[in-house]
Design a protein around this ligand. Sequence first.
Ligand SMILES: NC(=O)c1ccc[n+]([C@@H]2O[C@H](COP(=O)([O-])OP(=O)(O)OC[C@H]3O[C@@H](n4cnc5c(N)ncnc54)[C@H](OP(=O)(O)O)[C@@H]3O)[C@@H](O)[C@H]2O)c1
Length: 267
Amino acid sequence: MPNVKLNNGVLMPVLGFGTFQLRESVCQQSVADAISVGYRLIDTATLYKNEEFVGAGIKDSGIKREELFITSKVWVTDSGYEKSKIAFETSLKKLGTDYLDLYLIHRPRGDFKGSWKMMEELYKEGRIRAIGLSNFTPDQYADFMKEAKIIPTVNQVESHAYFHQIDTYKDSKENKVQMEAYTPFAQGRNGLFTNPVLAEIGKKYNKTNAQVSLRWHYQRGVVAIPRSSKKEHIIENFNIFDFKLSKADMATIAALDLNKTQFPTWG
Ligand SMILES: NC(=O)c1ccc[n+]([C@@H]2O[C@H](COP(=O)([O-])OP(=O)(O)OC[C@H]3O[C@@H](n4cnc5c(N)ncnc54)[C@H](OP(=O)(O)O)[C@@H]3O)[C@@H](O)[C@H]2O)c1
C-alpha cells in the first residue's frame, strides 16, 4: 500500500476504510474483512457510535497495532478543551488502543479552537501521531491558523467525481495539508456507480466506476476512505493499484465536476 508523507513526517496510507453507518456486528466483520484484504487505515468518529465495534474488528484481525493507521474525530457537542479530552479518552477506550494515528476536528463548529489546544497538547505528549481537521473551507482554515500553534496535517472533506473541491484542493497543496476524500463515491448519489462517463473509462482497463473513482483520487494525490459492508466490494475497492488513468481520462473526469455538495443537509 503506497503512503503519503504528512507535513510532520508521519506516513499515511493513500487508501483507507470508512465506517460511517456501519454498526455492531456488521461493522466488526467489515473492519476485520478490510484489514484481511490489506487496508491499514481505518476511519471512524465519535459521531458514528461504532468505535467499540471498529475496535473489536481490529482485534479479530490479529494485526499488530503499529501496522494500522487509526483515525477518529471529535464531534461538535464534545468541542472545547475539557470536553474533547474526555471524548478522546473515551474513543481510545472503545477502540482498545492507547494512541491514535490521526485525530480530527469533525466540523468547524462549537469551541473547536479549544479542542485544538487539547489536541496540540496530546500530540506533543505522543498520544496522537498526527492532528488535523475535517470540513474546513479555505476561509475557515485561514481563520483557524490565526491561533493554531501546530499546522494541521490533514483536512478531510467531501470529494468525489461530482465534487472535486478544487479550492480546498489547491489551498491544501499550498499549505502542505493533506486532503483526504470522504464519501469518495458520494454514497452512490446521482448515479455515480452507473455514470456512463466513468463506465466508458473503466471499460478500457476492465475496472468498475468505483475503482476508476478511487484511482482518480489516488492520482490526484488525495487519500480516499471508501466504506463497504460487502466483502466483494471491499476487495474491489482495494484493487486500484494495477492500472493507470491517462491524462485524457483525468481531463474527462475533471469535466464531471458539478462543484457542489451531494449532501446539502449536512453541516
Ligand atoms: N468527516 C466527515 O464529515 C465525514 C462525512 C461522511 C463520511 N466520512 C467518512 O468517509 C467514509 C466514506 O463515506 P461514506 O461511507 O459516507 O460513503 P461512500 O464510501 O462514498 O459510499 C458508501 C456506499 O457505497 C457502496 N459501495 C461501496 N463500494 C462499492 C462498490 N464497489 N460498488 C457498489 N457500491 C459500493 C456501499 O454499499 P455496500 O455496503 O453495499 O458496499 C455504501 O452504500 C465514511 O465511511 C466515513 O468514514 C467522513
